[in-house]
Design a protein around this ligand. Sequence first.
Ligand code: ACM
Length: 260
Amino acid sequence: MHLAIVQTSPAFGKIKENLQAALELMESTPADLYVLPELFNTGYNFIENLEVERVAEQADGPTFQALRAFGQKRFCYIAYGFAEKADYLYNSAALIGPSGLVGLYRKVHLFDRENLFFKSGNLGFPVFDLPFGKIGMMICFDWIYPEAARALAIKGAQLIVHPSNLVLPYCPDAMVTRCLENRIFAATADRVGRENRGSFEIQFIGTSEIVSPRGEILARLDKDKPGIVAVDVDLRQADKKKINHYNDLIVDRKPEQYSR
Ligand code: ACM
């Protein structure tokens, strides 16, 4: 399958423009699955609840409608981050396909001031069966908890799609370890740019990447420029959890020892 990561530079609060910028990049590069950043349509650096309430959308809102139209036209799948208006506000990711919504993930491990605006996710770490493989979702800071990627691998995910707005510099290299320890693919789609909201200023680190189950960086984007890259991957490579005759990375886990 052809897997694309889309790295954008969202302008805070400018939903139509941010959506258009993502669609233009997607138009330029054919793929079976596109991964977009966390909160790609709204921007990230909220300073009050009211701002989140104003830009949050239900899972079938205008951003979903626009991306679904693209998915229908191109017969492809898209994973993207958005502020979700449901019983509470969630920092969510949706996976959509040619016939509509496939599933949702709500970010479990909220980073820093996200804790002021969003509720921690309540959908676990879901895995979805697509025509080209099994896709798990996590969002940005979930990377720092090895349990998130491990839970997805144990459930059979072959690829982790990872919409992100990375701030800490460690994630791109750490994802190599997440992929190696789980023998899984990962597609981290980050954003670039700076959001200055008065006393709160955030610089994002770009460096979106696709990593293989052997820890190879198959593609990596710039730290400060928008872009898109697609690579061909065979997700079945993620099914080989044995690294030698004796060691199967999933089967040989010893959960009874971890809790002693
Ligand atoms: C992050 O989780 N957006 C750093």
